[in-house]
Design a protein around this ligand. Structure first.
Ligand code: AMP
Ligand code: GLY
Length: 431
């Protein structure tokens, strides 16, 4: 079969790389892909992630199984469109994608089904929201815009003044557009964050390996939030007991709850969790694989991903064998452009990547890269540019390996965090 991967990030590169290893896959196409997917010999097609009719035509003509990377096409109903045209596609339909598309709907859904999450109130009027902030006994609140805001619509506040300002920016200044028509005001939780991603066919749920993202731009979790600056897998903070607790109280409850409400969720379900005193609370659900979590999870998966994709689409995940995981630890460091996550530079020549070719257990997944029109150079073309991944026999080994190879890569203004995995290492040493 042929596979069409929709998206252009390192998550999508990792997805395409993984499915290309299946003996059942002939050709992998990316829409639109990036410099790395082109150089690796896959075929990039010049169709954007929002050009749904063109994507449909391409997938139909080339008889593709389609896998969707980012949330936006899912929230806009690409799965409904493909399915109604008889095409095979992995991902939740528009109804199910509300789990990521609307914070308000999701908070209320979790409340209906007893899924643990922070206490919250919903407002569609800024003055009412500010009244609630004034009345609150706590100064540390979290303000969330309702709709998709590219991961930026959340402000974690330390004072009431910050919360008032966040409400004004979202609801009056509309810095996130219509996403700010409604906001969620939520209690702030303190603990360790973790990513927990499953695959579901709408009835059954199987977990992928655990992982952990690093959302802040700079070392020691300082600086602005980003799409993710690095990750590791597995996450040692989720032990066997916690894993079981999360499956039962969060992931299975979510899939069952959706089903009870007549919503069938097929695809990757991602819970962003806060671990607090042996319990886990859901900060958010995403309806797709995480980025950079995919870059550390997929290299550890020994099984054929396509088998599970098929089972999800067909509703037969209960017949699938258990996934087999590499015991090794994977660590990913994201190399970013100067300026990211704010306005960033583009068009800088990337050198040194060839020195990483063929190193055992080192992988490079591209995101914001482009091959110049003359075909001679690879240049930066986005904020997050490369995901460098190393596998090691333990967390320390993987961290050392990834940081040993990164200095080979260069472009003007490249920056990255030097402390990916360090918290996990400290945790492991403290046990
Ligand atoms: P979200 O998109 O809802 O996951 O929020 C983005 C980030 O904001 C999360 O990864 C957390 O770091 C932080 N965050 C969200 N909700 C809370 C909360 N209730 N308490 C503390 N931090 C939060
Ligand atoms: N790594 C966070 C996300 O994919 O949303």
């Amino acid at each position: 079969m042929n596979v069409l991967v929709i998206g252009s990030g390192a998550r999508e590169h990792a997805l395409g790389w993984k499915v290309s290893k299946s003996s059942r896959v002939k050709k992998v196409f990316f829409a639109p892909g990036n410099g790395g997917t082109q150089l690796a010999g896959y075929e990039n097609i010049r169709v954007g992630i929002r050009e749904y009719d063109k994507l449909l035509r391409f997938a139909s003509e080339h008889r593709c199984l389609t896998i969707v990377g980012p949330e936006e096409p899912l929230a806009n109903g690409i799965v409904d469109l493909f399915k109604s045209n008889g095409l095979r596609i992995l991902g939740p339909n528009k109804d199910a994608a509300r789990l990521e598309g609307s914070k308000v709907w999701t908070k209320e859904f979790m409340k209906r089904h007893g899924i643990p999450t922070a206490e919250f109130h919903v407002f569609d009027d800024p003055e009412a929201a500010k009244d609630q902030i004034a009345r609150s006994k706590r100064d540390d609140l979290v303000v969330k815009a309702d709709g998709l805001a590219a991961g930026k619509g959340v402000v974690v506040c330390n004072s009431k003044e910050e919360a008032y300002a966040a409400v004004d920016r979202m609801m009056k200044d509309k810095v996130f557009g219509a996403a700010g028509n409604r906001v969620v005001l939520e209690e702030r939780l303190y603990g360790d964050e973790a990513s927990f991603i499953c695959m579901s066919d709408g009835k059954h749920v199987i977990p992928l390996a655990t992982s952990q993202d690093h959302k802040r731009a700079y070392d020691n979790d300082e600086g602005p939030n980003t799409g993710g600056m690095g990750a590791y897998s597995p996450n040692p903070m989720i032990d066997g007991k916690m894993h079981e607790w999360i499956m039962r109280n969060i992931m299975e409850k979510a899939i069952d709850g959706l089903r009870q409400e007549g919503i069938e969720f097929k695809g990757f379900l991602y819970a962003g969790l806060m671990l607090v005193d042996g319990k886990a609370y859901v900060l958010e659900f995403n309806v797709r694989l995480g980025d950079p979590e995919a870059q550390v999870i997929l290299p550890r998966l020994k099984s054929d991903l396509i088998e599970y994709v098929d089972h999800c689409i067909d509703g037969s995940l209960d017949e699938a064998e258990d996934m087999v995981w590499d015991e090794k630890v994977a660590v990913c460091v994201v190399l970013a452009s100067r300026g990211y996550p704010d306005a960033y530079e583009k068009g800088k020549v990337i050198t040194g990547l060839d020195r990483l070719d063929g190193i055992d257990d080192v992988l490079v997944f591209h995101a914001g890269t482009r091959v110049t029109d003359d075909g001679n150079r690879l240049v930066t073309d986005g904020g997050r540019v490369l995901s460098v991944v190393a596998l090691g026999s333990n967390m320390n080994d993987a961290i050392e390996r990834v940081y040993a190879v990164i200095p080979n890569v260069h472009w003007e203004g490249m920056h990255y965090r030097r402390d990916i995995g360090r918290r996990a290492l400290r945790y492991l040493l403290s046990k």
